[in-house]
Design a protein around this ligand. Sequence first.
Ligand SMILES: C[C@@]1(CC(=O)O)c2cc3[nH]c(cc4nc(cc5[nH]c(cc(n2)[C@H]1CCC(=O)O)[C@@](C)(CC(=O)O)[C@@H]5CCC(=O)O)C(CC(=O)O)=C4CCC(=O)O)c(CCC(=O)O)c3CC(=O)O
Ligand SMILES: NC(=O)C1=CN([C@@H]2O[C@H](COP(=O)(O)OP(=O)(O)OC[C@H]3O[C@@H](n4cnc5c(N)ncnc54)[C@H](O)[C@@H]3O)[C@@H](O)[C@H]2O)C=CC1
Length: 309
Amino acid sequence: MASASTSTDVAKTKANEYPKIAPGGGLILAWQLKGKKVLLVGGGMVAAGRLVNVKDADAHLTIISPRSGLSAEMKYRLFTEECVEVYHDRSFEGESDLYDPSGKLYDMVLTAIDDSDLSRSICQMARKLRIPVNVADVPPECDFYFGSLIRRGPLQIMVSTGGKGPKIANQVRVVMEKAIPENLGDAITNVGVLRAKLRERVPEQSSSPRRMKWMIDVCEKWNWDQLAEMTEEDMDKILAGWSERKSPSYVEVRGVRKAYAPNLHSIAKRLFAVCPVVGYISPWAAGLMGFASGAGVAVGTIAFRTRRA
Ligand SMILES: C[C@@]1(CC(=O)O)c2cc3[nH]c(cc4nc(cc5[nH]c(cc(n2)[C@H]1CCC(=O)O)[C@@](C)(CC(=O)O)[C@@H]5CCC(=O)O)C(CC(=O)O)=C4CCC(=O)O)c(CCC(=O)O)c3CC(=O)O
Ligand SMILES: NC(=O)C1=CN([C@@H]2O[C@H](COP(=O)(O)OP(=O)(O)OC[C@H]3O[C@@H](n4cnc5c(N)ncnc54)[C@H](O)[C@@H]3O)[C@@H](O)[C@H]2O)C=CC1
């Protein structure tokens, strides 16, 4: 049996090795709603935001809300885009509304209405029936909170402040959005295709460790820009390296280094961008200003000396 001091030492080592538990957060997940039925009560501006969130997740959506109170976006989604499966032009009627026409409970209930008593009672009904529920802007009546979201194709980032500062969540999102390249979604889409092709070529479960290591190598060798422009032909060439235990780089596959022709946007970004995280001015701009002021002093000194001489 380990002595008391040894077990304390072991505990200390482990405490440094593993991340510290930080209670008080929420469980952030990518909830798969495809084929699931979601009920949304309300048709205002906030409801329209919820609609976008759940339709982005491929949910089957039912909305209950009188037509007279629909926001402009909600009208567009319902009657022009027609992206909602079921719309009831009426007020919420009671517990029976928490069942779909086939008699099955909805998988998720969202309310965004301007009636707090009704919100509370819908929350109680949903909880009694064990349906996860979110009442917009009423934290005690939420089993989960919405967050501020960034989307680039398959990439989704959610900022949550655990309900403490929704406006700060919005500000963090804006900062992060500037830092994430537009084409990162394309890069991830292509990685997804490559992974699927690899699984097709090497389907055995026993190859999983090697498959994973090979994919890690590819993602480390190809930068995001290169991944974003990867073609199926490139993928086939990369996959050809599998049997020789190789994961060819961009240069090996294309035979050339990508020429990055500077464009006005990238030059302007380098010169004038302010670091989004800490807000300091771009090192390029600072360097250029330093160079310009140094050159100015030198020219001034020469002119002064020339005039005196
Ligand atoms: C708990 C939560 C429950 C939920 O709704 O899921 C909740 C609760 C409340 N929000 C309130 C107010 C505001 N909410 C926003 C904005 C957003 N609120 C969102 C989510 C959430 N809001 C969940 C927690 C999110 C988190 O973890 O921080 C976002 C992220 C997502 C979304 O709603 O889609 C979206 C930004 C979307 C984007 O960036 O794109 C703004 C800013 C603005 O409108 O510009 C204000 C005004 C400023 C302010 O009040 O701080 C109040 C009223 C307080 C009062 O009456 O005083 C409550 C109730 C309370 O706090 O008690
Ligand atoms: N997260 C956020 O940023 C914000 C949240 N809110 C909160 O979210 C909730 C909704 O806000 P908005 O969309 O601006 O409200 P809104 O007043 O524009 O819309 C309310 C909607 O609920 C519908 N409704 C009312 N009673 C109903 C019933 N019995 N059955 C079915 N539908 C019913 C109305 O017809 C209308 O479509 C409010 O509680 C509000 O305090 C408000 C502003 C910002």
